[in-house]
Design a protein around this ligand. Structure first.
Ligand code: ZN
Ligand code: ZN
Length: 342
């Protein structure tokens, strides 16, 4: 099979010929229909963040496909089944898993980080972790549910606890932010979207934001949010991973407001602890998504309450994957996916 292999930092992914994996006990092999390209991959390729398993490693953690081969001891999956593969596989045994918080599993195994991922024609995973995709959902575009949609779902529903009527501000309208927006809207919130790029603010409106704030021209973004929301948002989402924006998010909420950090900051952010204390602010992190939430997300996508097809702005073949990564680097479009059969 063909696979796009990470061979080391600051080098393009290399297309290599690899043997098709063989499923062992409890495993299945999936013929990959599509895999989303994610900023996490750029952290490995461009920014020197090491992968857990050293290169050479097949990247890609946002996959959908059909079951191609079934190992021993797998009774409930059959060749041809349409499935989604979560980005991270949890152990089910650690304390976090036992508490029902598998997304922060101490032994989580991430595709394209700990083990070979889905920038390939075939992918081997434990059968217990995959989810069925209903026939109404397009198999290719559904790959985005594995991370780009599920991570924002957890952020909005479980960490943000967004309720109907909440005033929500979202900082950053890229792949994560745009889905925070559409899921917060589905949950009944009124959403203010903040970004520096006009085309991203346009996407925000298309995905249900009621208002946009152009951070490139607003002199004081937090003040603009407080004014527009009559004293501050109920909940702010930081979907960029910028210490300055974390601070702006904290300054944007009302007394007793909540800040959800869903972007990854590589540098520490300054927290006004006195303000946190005095106005009872809550600052919460949000990572990935729990297995229990995937069926709900799939159902919302099936019913069109979460739009997935419109998220895909570019499709590339495996051969063209480095061109797809360039779209990501340049911030072109919303989500680029790789379609190995293309
Ligand atoms: Zn990702
Ligand atoms: Zn665990």
């Amino acid at each position: 099979m063909k696979a796009a292999v990470f061979i080391g930092p600051n080098r393009p992914l290399e297309i290599q010929e690899r043997p098709i994996p063989v499923p062992e006990h409890g495993e299945i092999v999936i013929k990959v229909a599509a895999c989303g390209l994610c900023h996490t991959d750029l952290h490995y390729i461009d920014h020197g963040v090491p992968t857990f398993a050293p290169p050479p490693l097949i990247l890609g953690h946002e996959a959908s496909g059909t079951v191609f081969a079934v190992g021993d001891g797998v009774a409930d999956r059959h060749v041809g089944d349409r499935v989604l593969v979560p980005a991270v596989l949890s152990c089910g045994r650690c304390e976090a898993c036992r508490r029902g918080r598998e997304n922060i599993c101490a032994n989580g195994v991430m595709l394209g980080n700990h083990i070979d991922g889905a920038y390939a024609e075939f992918l081997k995973v434990p059968a217990k972790d995959v989810l069925s995709l209903p026939p109404e959902l397009p198999l290719v575009e559904a790959c985005l549910i594995a991370d780009a949609v599920s991570t924002p779902y957890h952020a909005v529903v479980n960490r943000g606890e967004v309720r109907p009527g909440d005033r929500v501000v979202v900082f950053g309208c890229g792949g994560v932010g745009i889905n925070v927006i559409q899921i917060a809207v589905a949950a009944g919130a009124e959403v203010w979207a903040v970004d520096m790029k006009p085309e991203r603010l346009e996407f925000a409106l298309q995905f249900g934001a009621a208002h946009v704030i152009d951070a490139s021209s607003a002199p004081d973004v937090a003040r603009a949010v407080r004014r527009a929301t009559d004293g501050g948002a109920d909940i702010a989402f930081e979907a960029i991973g910028n210490p300055k924006t974390v601070r702006t998010a904290i300054e944007s909420v009302r007394r007793g407001g909540r800040i959800v950090v869903v972007g990854f900051c590589s540098e520490p952010a300054e927290i006004p602890a006195g303000k946190v204390m005095f106005t009872e602010l809550e600052i919460r992190g949000s990572l990935g998504c729990r297995p229990v939430d995937y069926p709900r997300i799939i159902e919302l996508a099936r019913r069109g309450r979460i739009r997935i097809t419109e998220l895909v702005s570019e499709r590339v073949s495996l051969q063209d994957i480095n061109r797809g990564l360039d779209f990501l680097r340049a911030g072109i479009g919303l989500r680029t996916i790789v379609v190995p059969s293309q």
